[in-house]
Design a protein around this ligand. Structure first.
Ligand SMILES: [Zn+2]
Length: 284
């Protein structure tokens, strides 16, 4: 998706700025139809065209993107097709094809200092892996500019399954065991692609979003309700007893958590059922 209307100026062919949020690592997005000849080496890039009106943030960004594409083209002596992204995990990606470099950069690079721009050229254009160190350092310093995870929408967290209504289970557990003190949302997780599994995570609780997701493998008639309820109960306990310790020595189920978990009326039966039916669950 292009952020800017085509034909803003002839120079817009040199670069395309996109805000595609989920771009693949090595993008094959077509960036330009008409390759422009490489700018002469060692030439100072020309100033961006003047705007006749106050530039909008988009125009400003476009101008900076164009200028960056020029600087990189001049540095490398080859056309650089630049796409500017707002990615969360891939800050730099590139593809060398034909006589041009297709480059996707996070917008944090639009006002990067000269050494960082040179490092981008070295890394993406010349294949100097060592330049990655400087890039990593720059990216670390720019963390606040990286978009935070957008929370999944309510629609994404569906508690109604074919066999079990998680919200009904959750409400019942909350009243029965927690005096309605737990505040979380609950829904079925997505069905992962079918493949042989060695283990299965039946539930997950996200402290930041207060969301509980239950593995869809449990939404089957042969799974007893008390077992699904136990998994829901377990995930709710995570809100009450956050993990302790830090770094590699994190304890996800502290002693108080485990003690409280054992008070579940069908605790032993639930563990037994899990042990005896794990194979079925793993097969999905
Ligand atoms: Zn747990």
């Amino acid at each position: 998706m292009s952020l800017f209307p085509r034909g803003l100026s002839a120079a817009s062919r040199a670069s395309e700025v996109s805000s595609e949020p989920r771009a693949p690592q090595m993008s094959t997005q077509p960036v330009s139809e008409q390759p422009r000849p490489p700018p002469p080496r060692h030439r100072v890039p020309e100033e961006a065209p003047r705007m006749l009106h106050a530039p909008t943030p988009r125009e400003e960004m476009w101008t900076r993107a164009e200028s960056l594409a020029w600087r990189l083209s001049a540095e490398l002596g080859m056309p650089v097709r630049l796409a500017v992204t707002d990615n969360r995990s891939t800050m730099v990606s590139f593809r060398r094809g034909g006589n041009a470099l297709q480059l996707r950069l996070h917008h944090m690079f639009l006002d990067a200092p000269e050494p960082v721009v040179r490092a981008v050229a070295d890394y993406a254009g010349r294949g100097h892996r060592t330049a990655g160190v400087l890039l990593d350092e720059y990216i670390r310093g720019q963390q606040p500019r990286i978009r935070q995870v957008r929370r999944e929408t309510d629609a994404d967290l569906n508690p109604r399954g074919r066999c079990f209504d998680l919200l009904a289970l959750y409400n019942n557990v909350n009243t029965t065991f927690f005096e309605d003190l737990i505040q979380a949302r609950i829904g079925w997780g997505r069905m992962p692609p079918r493949r042989r599994r060695k283990s299965i995570r039946l539930g997950v609780y996200d402290h930041q979003t207060r969301e509980i997701r239950i593995h869809p493998a449990l939404d089957r008639p042969e799974v007893p309700a008390f077992f699904v309820e136990f998994i829901v109960f377990h995930e709710m306990l995570h809100q009450l007893f956050p993990s302790t310790g830090r770094g590699g020595r994190r304890v996800h189920h502290p002693r108080a958590f485990r003690e409280r978990e054992r008070t579940y009326p069908h605790y032993a039966a639930a563990l037994r059922w899990e042990r005896e039916n794990l194979g079925v669950l793993l097969r999905g």
